[in-house]
Design a binder for this molecule. Structure first.
Ligand code: ATP
Ligand code: MG
Length: 556
């Protein structure tokens, strides 16, 4: 997938050439089950899983489940579903919570070796002693508390004898380290909350930094890849490992790559959660969401998402990728794969006065990009629908669609000419009466069928069609960098009109479509059938337009 060598592969190759056993390579993807995966995660998934493929190495899916307050089994399930949907298989499904007992044992060892202590200050007292990057912190008055006392309190914390926040376990590193994260970080805190896996067994939970490196070590992960914001955590990662590593075993190595940032969207589970919670969207899988499940429902394919992250590349420095690249990737993919169909979204009735009462079946090619896709029958009749926007009573110059006295070709059918407009009492156009040229049928070989007219319109027969509900989406955020807004102010960045619903008509063929099947609706874009459909109601989500309208629409 990623064809040229990225800098992570260079690191691995160097390790291999300096004697690291290839068979000891092991990777992991470590999501916290506190929300649904998003487009940013796709980058980390593709990176890790493609590395495993390339080096024929094992890869674990590890749930970093150390914050029971925010985690849920439904998130675990969705994460597994999304990775599988992308086409990847993990070797082992692991949970940091499976290591809670081991981690607890190691923490006790830390205390015994005078490398950790129980601090009984409040969190704000501890924070006030942190210092600044240029000013050393202040040592806690509990820093030199007797080992026995720390051990006893820690054991009581484990039993749930204290309220949250009463005591914490801190590593005893240095309050004057230039790396603020090394200033006696908290490694355990009491939490009285139900955990999706360990249920109510634990009353204390290990912090991320303590858990992550040690879990990598337990699983014998060789290269632990994370995003750049963890770079300052690397010292801590190594400090913790120094304490447990057996020199005969693999010592995991943390390396960092740049996050994927996408314009006009957010990639933070916490903020995405607030969109769901405040009902700005219908759920985590709302087709406007940048979650994998939202993108899937929007009609994105695994191939397009993989192509997108491969094109964005694996870098050491942060940058922002334009949304139009993501759209380009799905458009390219669907163009090759999708059959074409005609759908009128906003119908205007046309009656062809000189066309007989009978109907006729026309044969149309399904996908000119794919000769194996075959053709289908489409019914043509005296009464048809075209788009409202394809007719103008008073057209400007260079309007090549239908207007009084002007000819257009109906896609795969005949040339028609607008003769008469019928209006309702309010003056709006109800119907247009046209005439047609009976010899102009597409593909009939007559000289008239070759006749060039400037406009070609899509259409649907009034006699034979499938009523459809079309959901057209605009970007969810008006602002190009909604990530800059706090969770509370996110509403200000939101586009209030990001969904438009139309009741239109599609070709009869469309009633056979299955949920998740994608089509090109001619002249309009790519659409996917949504799970909200039923026998009577065929709902389609617009994935992307045929051309890039992005720049044109940009207002900021
Ligand atoms: P969030 O803020 O969305 O919760 P996170 O980093 O806390 O993001 P995790 O579930 O802990 O989410 O992340 C799992 C893995 O995915 C980590 O290795 C993380 O570095 C990586 N990851 C998360 N977001 C991105 C992103 N935008 N680009 C690339 N990798 C990412
Ligand atoms: Mg995280």
């Amino acid at each position: 997938m990623i064809d040229s060598k990225n800098f992570i592969e260079t690191i691995i190759d160097q390790d291999l050439s300096s004697g690291f056993e290839r068979s000891n390579l092991r990777f992991r993807f470590p999501p916290e089950p506190n929300g649904f995966l998003h487009i940013g995660h796709v980058k980390a998934i593709v990176l890790n899983f493609e590395l495993a493929k390339k080096y024929n190495a094992k890869i674990n899916l590890r749930f970093d489940d150390t914050n029971p307050e925010n985690e849920d089994q439904s998130y675990i399930d969705s994460i597994k579903e999304d990775i599988s949907w992308l086409g990847y298989k993990w070797d082992k499904e692991c949970y940091a919570s499976d290591y809670f007992e081991t981690l607890y044992g190691w923490a006790v060892e830390l205390i015994k070796k005078d490398k950790a202590y129980i601090d009984s200050q409040t969190s704000s007292e501890i924070a006030a002693q942190k210092g600044t990057p240029t000013k050393a912190g202040t040592e806690s008055p509990y820093r030199n508390r007797p080992t026995e006392e720390s051990l006893e309190i820690f054991s009581m914390m484990k039993k749930g004898n204290f309220k949250q926040g009463k005591h914490v376990l801190r590593a005893k590193i240095s309050m004057s380290s230039s790396n603020m994260l090394m200033r006696d970080p908290v490694i355990y805190r009491a939490i009285d909350s139900h955990h999706p896996r360990t249920k109510d067994r634990w009353k204390i939970y290990p912090m991320y930094d303590w858990t992550h490196g040690e879990s990598d070590y337990i699983e014998q992960v060789s290269h632990s890849l994370c995003t750049l914001e963890f770079k300052p955590h690397r010292d801590l990662y190594d400090w913790f490992l120094d304490f447990v590593v057996d020199p005969k075993k693999i010592r995991p190595k943390q390396r960092e790559f740049a996050r994927l940032n996408l314009s006009h969207t957010i990639t933070s589970k916490r903020k995405l959660f607030s969109l769901v919670e405040n009902n700005f969207v219908s759920g985590w899988d709302d087709p406007r969401m940048p979650t994998i499940s939202g993108l899937r429902r929007r009609g994105y394919t695994p191939d397009a998402l993989k192509k997108f992250v491969a094109t964005a590349g694996v870098a050491k420095r942060e940058n922002i990728i334009e949304m139009s690249l993501l759209e380009f990737c799905i458009r390219e993919d669907l163009n090759k794969k999708c059959n074409r169909l005609m759908v009128v979204q906003d119908p205007l009735k046309i009656t062809i006065s000189n066309y007989p009462e009978q109907v006729e079946k026309l044969s149309l090619i399904n996908n000119p990009e794919n000769i194996d896709s075959g053709s289908r029958n489409v019914v043509f009749s005296k009464e048809i629908f075209i788009e409202q926007s394809d007719f103008l009573e008073d057209p400007p110059k260079k309007y090549f669609r239908l207007s009084p006295g002007n000819e257009v070709r109906l896609k795969g059918a005949y040339i028609i000419k607008a003769e008469e407009i019928i209006k309702d009492p309010s003056g709006s156009i109800k119907e247009v009466i046209c005439s047609y040229d009976p010899k102009s049928k597409s593909g009939s070989g007559t000289p008239e069928s070759q006749r060039k007219v400037k406009g070609t319109l899509h259409w649907v027969s009034c006699n034979s069609n499938t009523p459809v509900v079309i959901r057209e989406y605009d970007r969810l955020f008006e602002h190009p960098s909604p990530g800059e807004f706090s969770k509370e102010n996110l509403v200000q960045a939101i586009n209030k009109e990001s969904i438009n619903i139309f009741n239109g008509y599609g070709e009869k063929e469309l009633s056979k479509a299955s949920v998740s099947e994608s089509f090109q609706f001619q002249r309009k874009g790519y659409y996917v059938k949504d799970a909200d459909s039923n026998k009577e109601k065929h709902v389609f989500n617009k994935t992307v337009s045929l051309r890039d309208n992005w720049k044109k629409n940009q207002t900021l």
